[in-house]
Design a protein around this ligand. Structure first.
Ligand code: GTP
Ligand code: MG
Length: 210
């Protein structure tokens, strides 16, 4: 089988969780602390450094941003959590936005991003519990892998997965050196093609009498 490639990536729309979602397609979203590297991962995967906005200051992404990949599925960039400088009002609106998005039934798979260098926080564990509760399939990605010696990366990624409460496997990834990019792309390709196949099968199902 040919390796999965991203040939086309385009920004579609930003929504605030109150509707206005784009046409339904397979949907993979990124969650994680502010500054963990969600937007950078999207740029790295798509090979477009300017697609999603990145900043050294946390809290750059404020809305739910949809990117259409290969005209067939969405990568969804979400605002991060755990950003101390935010006001109470801002934290509340973040909570509402995430809750309405994650309970909308739109998301097919979540990438939970954890910084490879740091122990997961209480909020990371809460996020993990949340996605378990809603039964959302997930992959744990350990970001900024370039900050850890190559020989220690897999172990550090697994350890963080374990500490967040998940099965002990994480995918080390670096947007800086592109380490882990091929592995992640392959995984996304599999998820999307399974989703597309099951959508086609549903379409073929005979109509039942009302
Ligand atoms: P919010 O939008 O605030 O939630 O943050 P985010 O998770 O989208 O993080 P973003 O992609 O904006 O990256 C935050 C900072 O981390 C930027 O300064 C990036 O350059 C840096 N960064 C992201 N990925 C990597 C990586 O793989 N390695 C290194 N060394 N730095 C990275
Ligand atoms: Mg961002």
């Amino acid at each position: 089988m040919e390796p999965f490639r991203i040939k086309k990536a385009a920004f579609v729309t930003s929504v605030n969780g109150q509707g206005g979602y784009p046409e339904k397609r397979p949907e993979l979203a990124l969650v994680g602390r502010s500054n963990v590297g969600k937007s950078s991962l999207i740029n790295c995967l798509t090979g477009n450094g300017k697609l999603a906005r990145i900043s050294a200051a946390p809290g750059k992404t404020r809305l739910i941003n949809y990117y259409l990949i290969n005209d067939s599925f969405y990568l969804v960039d979400l605002p991060g959590y755990g950003f101390a400088q935010r006001s109470k009002g801002e934290r509340e609106s973040w909570g509402k936005l995430m809750e309405s998005y994650l309970t909308s039934g739109r998301v097919d798979h979540l990438l939970l991003l954890l910084d490879i260098r740091h122990e997961p926080t209480e909020e990371d564990r809460q996020m993990y519990q949340f996605l378990l509760y809603y039964n959302i399939p997930f992959t744990i990605v350990a970001t900024k892998a370039d900050k850890v010696a190559k020989s220690k990366r897999q172990q550090a990624a697994n350890q963080n997965a374990k500490l967040v409460g998940a099965p002990p496997w994480g995918l080390p990834f670096s947007a800086e050196t592109r380490d882990g990019r091929e592995t992640l792309l392959e995984r996304l390709g599999t998820i999307v093609s399974e989703k597309l196949v099951s959508a086609q099968e549903n379409e073929r199902e005979p109509l039942t009498e009302p």
